[in-house]
Design a protein around this ligand. Structure first.
Ligand code: BTN
Length: 272
C-alpha cells in the first residue's frame, strides 16, 4: 500500500494527524518531538523502515522495509489517566492481541508488555513520556510488530526467540489492515482503561502463568526465580517465591525469562 492508500484506510479512525515516513530513524523519536511541539491527542507516526529503531533497555529494534509494522501513537493523558501512566504499555499490548485475534491468533503478554505468539516474541512496545517540570504532557506508545518472516532478525542476534505473524499463520497478511485493527482496539480499550475489566483481560493474556521464571535487572547476574501468579491492580507482577511468599515486582529495568526447558540467561527481547 502506498501512503495515500494507508491514509484512506485509516480515515475513519479519527486520528488527529498521520505522519508517514518511507524511512526514518525512529518513529518514537519523531513522535516525541511532535508531542513536544504541541501535537494533539491520538496522532500517529508510521514508517515503512526504521534505521535506528529503539527498544527497551536502550536496545536496538530492527525494522526492515516492507515487512513489519513500526508506529508510534501520541496520547495526551486526561486527568484520570495521568495517575495510571503505567497502564499505557499494556494498553498497547492488549490492542495488539485484539488485532491478532481478528486474524484468528491468540497473543500472550510477557509481562510487562511484549506480545508473544507460540511463546515467541512477535511485538515489542516502548512507551515514553514528554515532561514539563514534574507534569507529564504526553505519552508516546511505540509499537513494532514482526509481520513477514523477514522482519525477524537472525537467531544469533536475538536475546529471546522471535516469530512473525505470517510465519505463524502460514499465509500473507496485509499489515495495514492489522494496524487499523490495533488502533481501533486501542481507542476502544482506552475508554475502559481504569475499569476492572482491563486488569482482568491483561491477566487472562499473561504468558508463563504458573510457570517458573527468572527476573533480572540489566546489571544483575542471577536475579530472582519464582512462579508467575498474576498482575496486581498497580500493574505489578505477582511472583510466588521458593519460600511460599508472594513477591510484588514493579515494572522497571527488569527482564523476565522462562526458567524451564534449558533456556539460559542469554535469551532476551527481539530488540537486539
Ligand atoms: C522492545 O521490545 O524493547 C520494544 C521495541 C519497540 C519498537 C517500536 S518500533 C516503533 C517504535 N519506534 C521505535 O524506535 N521503537 C518503537
Amino acid at each position: 500500500m502506498n501512503e495515500s492508500e494507508i491514509r484512506n484506510l485509516l480515515n475513519d479512525l479519527n486520528l488527529s494527524e498521520i505522519k508517514y515516513f518511507e524511512s526514518i530513524s525512529s518513529t518514537n523519536t519523531a513522535a516525541l518531538e511532535m508531542a513536544e511541539n504541541g501535537a494533539a491527542d491520538f496522532g500517529l507516526v508510521i514508517a515503512n523502515n526504521q534505521t535506528a529503531g529503539r527498544g527497551r533497555f536502550n536496545r536496538r529494534w530492527v525494522t526492515n522495509p516492507d515487512s513489519a509494522l513500526a508506529f508510534s501513537l501520541i496520547l495526551r493523558p486526561n486527568i484520570l489517566e495521568i495517575e495510571h501512566l503505567g497502564l499505557f504499555s499494556p494498553l498497547g499490548a492488549l490492542a495488539v492481541c485484539d488485532g491478532l485475534s481478528q486474524l484468528g491468533l491468540t497473543g500472550q503478554i510477557k509481562w510487562p508488555n511484549d506480545v508473544l505468539l507460540n511463546h515467541k516474541k512477535v511485538c515489542g512496545i516502548l512507551a515514553e513520556s514528554v515532561w514539563l517540570g514534574s507534569q507529564v504532557q504526553a505519552v508516546v506508545i511505540g509499537i513494532g510488530v514482526n509481520v513477514a518472516p523477514d522482519s525477524v532478525p537472525p537467531t544469533d542476534q536475538l536475546l529471546f526467540p522471535a516469530t512473525s505473524v505470517e510465519g505463524v499463520l502460514q499465509s500473507p497478511v496485509n499489515r495495514y489492515h492489522l494496524l487499523k485493527d490495533i488502533l481501533r482496539a486501542l481507542c476502544l480499550r482506552r475508554a475502559h482503561l481504569l475499569d476492572p475489566g482491563f486488569l482482568k483481560d491483561w491477566n487472562e493474556r499473561l504468558a508463563f502463568r504458573g510457570k517458573q521464571v527468572r527476573l533480572k535487572r540489566v546489571d544483575e547476574e542471577k536475579g530472582l526465580i519464582g512462579k508467575v501468579v498474576g498482575i496486581d491492580p498497580n500493574g505489578n507482577l505477582l511472583l510466588l517465591g521458593h519460600d511460599g511468599k508472594i513477591l510484588n515486582i514493579a515494572v522497571g529495568e527488569i527482564h523476565l525469562r522462562p526458567e524451564s526447558e534449558g533456556e539460559n540467561d542469554s535469551l532476551g527481547g527481539c530488540a537486539c
